[in-house]
Design a protein around this ligand. Structure first.
Ligand SMILES: NC(=O)C1=CN([C@@H]2O[C@H](COP(=O)(O)OP(=O)(O)OC[C@H]3O[C@@H](n4cnc5c(N)ncnc54)[C@H](OP(=O)(O)O)[C@@H]3O)[C@@H](O)[C@H]2O)C=CC1
Ligand SMILES: O=C(O)C1=N[C@H](C(=O)O)C[C@H](O)C1
Length: 255
């Protein structure tokens, strides 16, 4: 049977691309929700997340952190597998998504591009090999001027990967963001973040390890946000029929 995929936020930058990529993958576009925008021509518009879940076998959500908890709970209440791409979630919002994942399968990923997920795996290995007392980890990201959250979800995921490689968590290691003025010297073992915004940059992330006598850095650039949409549709096809649980894009890709 052909899978029906619904899209929360179908009028958004990602929502519109997803509306193209769902039929391109051989699935049925069940419809989407809009808040204030206009859905792409021909796409059925559903009243809310509950109605969208009822009409869909899987729902993909690229909207906003503020909706993640309610959307995950609505998906769990209807038993609809859920793919979440929104960024900027608080720890509490992430905990609510994890709670919903006890009842349904959820794929939650900061970035659905295959290259970024390989980058996350490499970041963890680099961090495990480079002692924090000598190698300062800094993450620099740049995005389009419309992006509303910082640092990006991908930057946070890179920070978490570095912390995991060092046998700790990002919260324990400590974040240094938005240095300005007399901010003091850099902490040893902390993870630095810098966010640039401008123009129509789709997404760029650099992870730098800086020591006294050498630097090593890795950069990923996305040139077309369609790479996220195809990845999310791939996750939607993968998650249907899975056991309840919280999955990441690395599970989908088998990395
Ligand atoms: N994980 C990944 O690979 C990627 C994640 N993202 C993330 O996806 C999210 C969306 O990005 P993008 O498409 O560029 O953003 P847009 O602002 O273009 O689209 C978001 C859509 O969500 C809806 N929306 C926004 N806020 C709310 C709200 N509070 N309640 C209900 N609906 C809301 C809006 O609907 P309306 O227009 O009808 O008002 C809007 O169309 C961001 O968090 C972004 O960081 C983006 C790209 C890749
Ligand atoms: O808002 C965006 O555009 C993007 N958001 C995601 C993030 O916050 O990491 C993924 C990608 O970088 C594009």
């Amino acid at each position: 049977m052909t899978i029906r995929i619904g899209i929360a936020g179908i009028a958004g930058r990602m929502g519109r691309l997803l509306a193209e990529e769902v039929p391109a993958a051989g699935a049925i576009l069940a419809g989407g929700t809009c808040r204030s925008g206009a859905a792409p021509a021909g796409a059925p518009v559903l009243a809310d997340m509950q109605a969208l879940c009822a009409a869909s076998d899987v729902v993909i959500d690229f909207t906003h952190a503020a909706t993640a908890r309610a959307h995950a709970e609505a998906a769990a209440a209807s038993g609809t597998p859920y793919v979440l791409g929104s960024s900027g979630l608080s720890l509490e919002e992430e905990a609510a998504v994890a709670e919903a994942a006890k009842r349904i399968p959820i794929v939650y990923a900061a970035n659905f591009a295959p290259g970024v997920n390989l980058f996350l795996a490499i970041a963890e290995r680099m961090a495990a090999a480079l002692p924090p007392a000598q190698y300062d980890a800094e993450i620099v990201e740049m995005h389009h001027r419309q992006k509303v959250d910082a640092p990006s979800g991908t930057a946070v995921a890179l920070g978490r990967a570095v912390a995991a490689g060092r046998g700790t968590t990002l919260e324990e290691a400590g974040r240094e963001s938005g240095r300005d003025g007399h901010c003091g010297a850099r902490g040893t073992g902390t993870i630095g973040f810098a966010a640039l915004r401008g123009g129509q940059v789709v997404g760029e992330h650099t992870l730098l390890f800086a020591a006294a006598s050498e630097h090593i850095s890795l950069t990923h650039r996305s040139f077309d946000r369609r790479v996220y949409a195809t990845g999310a549709v791939r996750a939607a096809l993968w998650v249907k029929g899975r056991a309840a649980g919280l999955y990441g894009m690395r599970d989908v890709l088998g990395m």
